[in-house]
Write a protein that binds this ligand. Structure first.
Ligand SMILES: Nc1ncnc2c1ncn2[C@@H]1O[C@H](COP(=O)(O)OP(=O)(O)OP(=O)(O)O)[C@@H](O)[C@H]1O
Ligand SMILES: C[C@@](O)(CCO)CC(=O)[O-]
Ligand SMILES: [Mg+2]
Length: 357
């Protein structure tokens, strides 16, 4: 068995605009998806993904019901849920030249789903790493990032940038502009995350911005102004000492840019009432800045605050379900120790989906 994990991310700046070739700076955070993979001696794939819940219900799969989920879940939703794992399996088979390889796969994750913290990218990155290693192939993190991007691009019908997958594979702070992907130095920023318990529909939100941008010059200008904010934000990071605590001056300037970035995302229609109220709660509690992160529509905001105040303020904010601090994850995809006790062996119980290759 091979076990790999990969981190989620927050966007310091630049989501959505990155889809149209503007730069973005996502930062990996210490919330990880862990994927365990064992090679099978047939061509079947069996998946256990206990954290998977969609629209308020949990999807459970049973091998004993002939590969159909044992709850009343419409097939398209199951396909949507399983799409990222399937795409990761296809990428691993392709990388190893083993089109008929079968796997037992188990996914565990402490990244909320569909909430802007890049759960899909983390699952795909960790899945490709574990499955290729099981097939005796070791890809570099950059190669994993490229394959994970292809997987996300396919599942999201062409509406994906390289940002989430590159950040998850490499860890740390990164800069992505089109197909130019780099890691950058950044000090340990004091991220606080607020989560409204909900999720946004990434595809629909990206389409909404695309339509606005095509229809109105001022919406296209809004997207390129986000790019301008990112470029100025990068200059601030480049001037900072990555080995020192960030200064108040740096935090307050970065925070101001985050506030500006949030305002423009709000103008593009991708915020929501609960995201806005969490953003304001963090600011009122003294955060240097706050913005939504990821696709928006619901899910998470990220604030910069070295004190406990924002977290406390968020906890008392109606609509905020969880507030937590998120350390910058300096490590991207990595191999984990497989569990030792028999009882924890993944994907061998009945709550799994099984399908033919
Ligand atoms: N623990 C998990 N087990 C199995 N599949 C998962 C898991 N976590 C995420 N996924 C897959 O990722 C999908 C969510 O991806 P989506 O891109 O909509 O949101 P996100 O990546 O969390 O947020 P964003 O892309 O805005 O940062 C889920 O519907 C599921 O298919
Ligand atoms: C909205 C978006 O910019 C970020 C989603 O985490 C989409 C993408 O970059 O693929
Ligand atoms: Mg995603």
């Amino acid at each position: 068995m091979t076990v790999s994990s990969a981190p989620g991310k927050v966007y310091l700046f630049g989501e959505h605009a990155v889809v149209y070739g503007e730069p973005a700076v996502p930062c990996a955070v210490e919330r990880r998806a862990t994927v365990s993979v064992s090679l099978r001696d047939d061509d079947h794939v069996r998946v256990r993904a206990e954290d998977l819940s969609l629209n308020g219900f949990t999807v459970e799969y049973s091998g004993s019901t002939g590969g159909r989920p044992d709850v009343d879940v419409p097939a398209p939703l199951v396909e949507a849920a399983m799409g990222y794992i399937d795409a990761a399996v296809e990428q691993a088979r392709d990388a190893a030249g083993a089109p008929d390889a079968g796997f037992d796969i188990s996914v565990e994750s402490d990244i909320p789903l569909g909430a802007g913290l890049g759960s899909s990218a983390a699952v795909v990155v960790a899945g490709i790493d574990a499955a290729t290693r099981e097939l005796g192939v070791e890809l570099s993190p950059r190669e994993i990032a490229e394959r994970a991007y292809k997987a996300e691009y396919e599942v999201q019908d062409g509406q994906a940038s390289r940002a989430d997958t590159f950040c998850s594979a490499m860890g740390g702070a990164v800069r992505v502009e089109g197909d130019d992907c780099r890691t950058i130095d950044a000090p340990a920023l004091p991220f606080v995350i607020g989560f409204d318990g909900g999720a946004g529909d990434t595809g629909a939100l990206v389409s909404g911005v695309r339509q606005l941008r095509e229809r109105y010059d001022f919406a296209a200008d809004t997207v390129s102004t986000i790019g301008d904010i990112v470029r100025r934000g990068e200059e601030l990071l480049a001037d900072a000492d990555p080995d020192e605590e960030p200064t108040e001056e740096l935090l307050s300037e970065l925070g101001g840019f985050m506030n500006f970035n949030h305002g423009l995302l709000e103008a593009l229609g991708v915020s929501s009432r609960s995201l806005d109220s969490m953003v304001w709660a963090a600011r009122e509690a003294g955060a240097h800045g706050a913005k939504l992160t990821g696709a928006g529509g619901g899910g998470c905001i990220v604030a910069l605050d070295p004190t406990p105040e924002s977290q406390t303020g968020l906890r008392f904010t109606p609509g905020c379900e969880d507030a937590f601090r998120a350390e910058l994850a300096t490590e991207g995809v990595r191999v984990e120790e497989p569990p030792t006790t028999d009882g924890e062996t993944p994907a061998t119980d009945d709550s799994s989906a099984e399908e033919s290759a």
